[in-house]
Design a protein around this ligand. Structure first.
Ligand code: IPE
Ligand code: IPE
Ligand code: MG
Length: 255
């Protein structure tokens, strides 16, 4: 298995973009957008310059996914652990949603994109919460691709919140503990209305989940690349999807 990961890992760098079959697209693509800091450092720039460059790639990848026909895209933008970073970096990251949606909202609306957020947005600064609120309001009736931003998201926290809500309902006599099946449990997660990610991409050479979608990634196909997020684009996305299409998903069975 380690060998297979290595193989995919090294293959993903310079290979030309592969052709995508229209019939076998992943419904949900999730991306751990990593490597902004290293991208900046390699250019002698402050880390925040990497985050700014990364923001432009968010726009490019949304466009590419929409053009390809992906139905759901989830982008890991800020984890529950990212608060450990220097205050100035966190402050900058919290300002990016405002800049991003100010420049992109018209195109998102014209594409019919429905923007969604997962994670505890109530802990974000009030101006970031205001951006979240306005963006939800402007796109709520759209029926095209769903783009979810994971902001102050943690997979463990998602699971604990679901467990708390379920316990509350059990205590109130509204739900019987024996009715708590996997599918009932899933409905209490922040991703309740979204299918599990079929394809999970991580940039920057790290081969870990970093607390992203722990429950939902149970049967995701993983694709890792050394490419840093600000260098990621349509070519790498197409390569990841083409690789996904060559895999056999068995879900524990034999076919
Ligand atoms: C990803 O890039 C962006 C966030 C986690 C917010 P990083 O900032 O983690 O970049 P590296 O990993 O330090 O290069
Ligand atoms: C994961 O990247 C979080 C996001 C991309 C938002 P990190 O850079 O925070 O992950 P670690 O610390 O390398 O595991
Ligand atoms: Mg990182």
């Amino acid at each position: 298995m380690f060998k297979a990961i290595r193989r995919r890992f090294s293959k993903s760098n310079d290979a030309p973009a592969k052709r995508i079959e229209q019939g076998n697209l992943p419904v949900h693509v999730a991306i751990i957008m990593d490597g902004n800091g290293r991208w900046a450092r390699r250019r002698g720039l402050p880390r925040i310059a990497g985050h700014h460059a990364g923001m432009h790639k968010v726009r490019d990848v949304i466009r590419a996914c929409d053009d390809i026909g992906i139905q759901c895209l989830t982008l890991y933008a800020f984890s529950t652990e990212n608060w450990k970073r220097p205050e100035s970096e966190v402050e900058y990251l919290m300002k990016l949603p405002e800049e991003f949606f100010r420049t992109e909202i018209d195109e998102l609306v014209s594409r019919g994109v429905r923007v969604n957020f997962i994670g505890d947005t109530s802990k974000l600064p009030s101006f970031t919460q205001e951006t979240v609120r306005r963006t939800l309001e402007k796109t709520v009736h759209n029926t095209g691709m769903q783009v979810t931003f994971a902001l102050n998201y943690g997979g463990r926290s998602d699971i604990v919140s679901a467990a708390q809500s379920i316990s509350g309902r059990v205590n109130a006599g509204e739900l019987n503990w024996s009715e708590v099946t996997e599918s009932v449990f899933s409905n209490y997660l922040s991703t309740a209305d979204t299918p599990d990610p079929d394809l999970m991409i991580r940039t920057s050479g790290e081969v870990r989940l970093s607390n992203f979608m722990l429950w939902q990634a149970a049967y995701s196909e993983f694709w890792f690349t050394d490419v840093l997020w600000p260098d990621f684009g349509r070519a790498q996305l197409e390569e990841a999807i083409a690789d996904y299409q060559r895999r056999k998903r068995r879900f524990g069975g034999l076919k």
